[in-house]
Ligand binder design. Structure first.
Ligand code: 5GP
Ligand code: MG
Length: 179
C-alpha cells in the first residue's frame, strides 16, 4: 500500500469482482443491442477499459470531458463540457461509465444535456457511489459499490492528478490534501 493511503476500501480483487458483477448485469440487460459507451475523462478511464472488455453486446466508444461549477448568478451548478462527444447520439443506446458519484452535480447536468439529444436510451453505470453527499437528485442505474463519505484515490481517481494508477480504491491520508 502506498504511504499516502490511510486504508484500502476495495482491494484489487474486490474491484475486479465488482466490475465483473456490473458487467454481468449489463450483459443481461443489453443482450444484443449496440451500445455507445461513454467514458467521462479522465477519472473513468480505468473503470471504462476494465468494463468494456467484459461486455458481450456490441459496443462503440466515445469520450467526453465535463465538470460542474457553482454559479452565484443562477445560484446553482453549471455544466462545462470541455470536450464533447464526437458521435450523434440520437436514436442510440448510450451508457455513461463513471468512476464515482459524489454530490451528483456533474452527472445530473450531463444527463439532462445528453437527453436533449434524444438517445434511444441513456443509462449510467458507476464503480463507486457516495450517496451521503448527494445534493442533486441523481441515481445511477448500475452501482458497483456504495462507499462512506471519504476522499478516495486509485482506479482512475486522483488528487491533484496523482494516484490514479493504484489498482485498489484507498482513502487518502488527510495530511496529503490538508497541507
Ligand atoms: P460530483 O460531486 O459532481 O458527483 O462528482 C464530481 C467529481 O468529483 C467526480 O467525477 C470525481 O472526479 C470527483 N470526486 C468526488 N468524490 C471523489 C473522491 O472521493 N475522490 C476523488 N479522487 N475524486 C472525487
Ligand atoms: Mg468522474
Amino acid at each position: 500500500m502506498h504511504q499516502d493511503v490511510e486504508r484500502i476500501l476495495l482491494t484489487e480483487e474486490e474491484v475486479a469482482g465488482t466490475i465483473q458483477k456490473l458487467a454481468d448485469r449489463l450483459n443481461a440487460d443489453y443482450q444484443d443491442k449496440e451500445v455507445l459507451c461513454v467514458c467521462v475523462l479522465k477519472g473513468s478511464v480505468i473503470v471504462y477499459s476494465d468494463l468494456v472488455r467484459k461486455f458481450t453486446f456490441p459496443v462503440t466508444f466515445d469520450f467526453l470531458i465535463a465538470s460542474s461549477y457553482e454559479s452565484s448568478s443562477v445560484s446553482s451548478h453549471i455544466l462545462k463540457i470541455k470536450k464533447d462527444l464526437e458521435t450523434d447520439i440520437k436514436g442510440k443506446h448510450v451508457l455513461i461509465i463513471e468512476d464515482i458519484i459524489d454530490t451528483g452535480h456533474t452527472l445530473f447536468h450531463l444527463k439532462n444535456e445528453l437527453l436533449k439529444r434524444e438517445p434511444a436510451s441513456l443509462k449510467i453505470c458507476t464503480l463507486l457511489d457516495k450517496p451521503s453527499r448527494r445534493e442533486d437528485p441523481m441515481e445511477a442505474d448500475y452501482v458497483g459499490a456504495v462507499i462512506p463519505n471519504e476522499f478516495v484515490v486509485g482506479c482512475g481517481l486522483d488528487y491533484d492528478g496523482r494516484y490514479r494508477q493504484f489498482p485498489y480504491v484507498g482513502v487518502l491520508k488527510r495530511e496529503c490534501y490538508e497541507k
